[in-house]
Design a protein around this ligand. Sequence first.
Ligand SMILES: Nc1ncnc2c1ncn2[C@@H]1O[C@H](COP(=O)(O)OP(=O)(O)O)[C@@H](O)[C@H]1O
Ligand SMILES: [Mg+2]
Length: 628
Amino acid sequence: MRIISLSLLEVFRRSIAMLLQAAPFELRNLTLLTLISSITPVLVLFLNKIIINEIAGLLGKGTTNKPINLIFHNPLLLWSIGGLILINLLSDSINTIVGFVLTSLRDRVRGFVQGRVFHKIANFQDIALFETPELLNLVQLAEQGVHRLEQLSFIIITTLKGFFILVPTVLISWSITWWIPLILLISLIPSIYVELKYRNQCWEVEKTQANISREMNLYKGVLIGENYAKELRLFHLQPLLLERWSGLFKLMFVKMQQVRKKGIAVVLFWSILGGAGLALPFVYVIIGALRGIYTLGDLALYTGLILQIRQSLYLLINNSSDLYDILMGTSPIFQILELKPKMGLSATTNSHLNYQPVEINKVSRNTSRKPITKNLTGIQIKNVSFSYPGNEKKILHNINLTIMPNEMIVLVGENGSGKTTLAKLLCSLYYPTDGEILWNDRNLRSLNLDDIYARIAVVMQDYARFPTTIRENIGFGDLPSLQNNTAIISAINQAGLIKEVERLSKGLETPLGKQLEGGVDLSGGQWQRIAIARSLMRLSCSELLIFDEPTAALDPKTEHEIYNIFRNIASNHIAIVVSHRLSLAKLADRIVVMEQGRIIETGTHNELMALGRQYHLMFTRQASSYQL
Ligand SMILES: Nc1ncnc2c1ncn2[C@@H]1O[C@H](COP(=O)(O)OP(=O)(O)O)[C@@H](O)[C@H]1O
Ligand SMILES: [Mg+2]
C-alpha cells in the first residue's frame, strides 16, 4: 500500500472542503458574526477620538459648568459616549454567541471527521493495515489529526477576524503616511520565518515519534484496560509497566523540549528585534502631535490604529504558523482516506464519500448468494507460499492441496506450524505471496471480497467478543436474521448454550461483558460457543466452513458434542477444521498434517496411522493422555 504525499495547499483545500461539509451552517454564521464584530475596534477608535477632542475643546474653553451638565449640553459627546457603550455591549454579546457556535462547530467537525476515519479503517479490506508499523503510525497520526482539524475551524475564524480588522485599519493608517503598515509588516517577517521553521521541526519530531506514542498507547491499554486487569495485579506488573510508559513519555518529552527550547530562543530574539518596527510609527505620530499637526484625538486614534494593525498582523502571522502546524498534522487524515488496499475489488472500501448511517434492520449484504460458479470443483491450493506483510520470514512453503466439494478436512500440526495462517488465506484475509488458491476454478484474487466473505462461515481462533447483547453477538453472523428469534435460538441450541441463555432474566437481550450496564460475563468456553453459534447463523448461505481450534476452551464432553454437530453440518459444505486435538480427526474425510509451514502428510486416520510418522506419533502421544 502506497501512502500518497500531499502538498500543504492540497491538504488545506481538502481540510476546508471537509469543514464545509461537516458544519456549513456554523461556518456561515460565524463568518457573519465575525465580520460584524471586527468592525467594532475601528468604530471604538473613532468614537474615542471624538470624545477626546470634544473634552480637550471643553477644557480649553475653561467653563465652570458641572461635568455632567457639560456632557448633556454637548450632543456629539453624548452620542459618542452612548455609541461607545452600545458598541461594547454588542461586541460582548457577539463574542458570547461566537463562543457557543464555535463549540458546536468543534463537536460537529470531530464527529464528522472521526466518522470518516472510522468508516475508512473499519471498511479497509486489507488486514495489513493493522500489521504494518508504518500504516499503524499513520492511523495513530490520523487519530491525533482529528483534533487538529477541530483547531482549524478556530484558526479560520480568528484569521477572518484579523483580516477584517486589518483591512480598514491599514486603509485609514495610509492617511497618516503610506509606510506605516509596510514597516509594521516588514518588521514581523523574520519572526514569521523562524517560527515556521520551528513548527516544521516540531512536526518532524512528532512524526518520528508516532511509533513511541503508539507504544505508549499499548502500555496504556495494559495499565488501564479490562483484559489485563487481573494478571496485571496478580503478577504485580504495575511498577514495571508504569516505568516503561513513563520512560517512553520522558523520551518523547525530552526530545520535544529540546526543539522547543531552541525554538523559543530564536523566535523570541527575532520578535524583540521586530518590536523596533512598532517604535518608528509611534514616534512619527507623537512628533506630529507635538508639532500641532494632529489633535489629541488624532493621536489617540493613530496610536490605537498602529496597535490594532500590529495586533492583527501578529494574529494573522501566528495563525499562519498555527495553520502550517495544523495542516501538517491533518495530512495523515487525508492520507488514510486515500489509502488504497492491495486486496479486494469491493466498492465498499472506496465508498467513504457516500458515508451514511446504516439502519440495522435494513441491513442486507449486497451480494447475490448464488454459488460462486455452478460448476463446483472445490478448492485447489497451488504452490502457495506466504509471508506476512512487512515481514520477510516465510510462514508457508509451497503448499499444494486439493479439497473436493463437500469434503471435510482436519488440519493438524504443532503450534506455529501455519494452520491458522493457511485458514486465513482460505478466508481471503490475505492473498498468497506466491502461488494461487482457486475456488471452483476461480482465483480468489479475482473474486470480490464481499462475495467471498458472504459464502464463508468462520470461527476464528482469536474470535471476537462483541460488547453487545447475546442476540447481537450471535445475530452478527447473519445480519438479515438479527431479529429472527427462531434462527438465533436454533444456533444457540446447536452450540449447546440454550440452558445458560434460559437462565438469564433478560434472555437474548442480556448484554455480554462487564463493561456494559447489567452485563454478564461468560466463561471462556461459553464465549467460544457464542462464536460457534455466530458462525452457525450463516450456514444456509455458506459454501465453505472454516473452524480454527473451535473447541480449544471447551470441556471434553462439550467438545465431543460440538464435533458431532460439525460432522453433521459439514455434509453439504467444504469444511476445514483446524485442531490440535485429534479426536475430531477420526471423523474427517481427510487429515492434513502441517509442520513448519509445510504439508507433510495427508490421508485418512487409518492411512496416517498405518504410515506411522508424525500423525501416528501425535495421536499416540495424545491418546495416552486423553484416552482417545
Ligand atoms: N500476523 C502475523 N504476522 C507475522 N507473523 C505471524 C502472524 N500471525 C502468525 N505469525 C507467525 O506465523 C507462524 C504460524 O502461525 P500460525 O499460522 O498461527 O500457526 P498455528 O495456527 O499452526 O499455531 C508463527 O511462527 C507465527 O509467529
Ligand atoms: Mg492457530
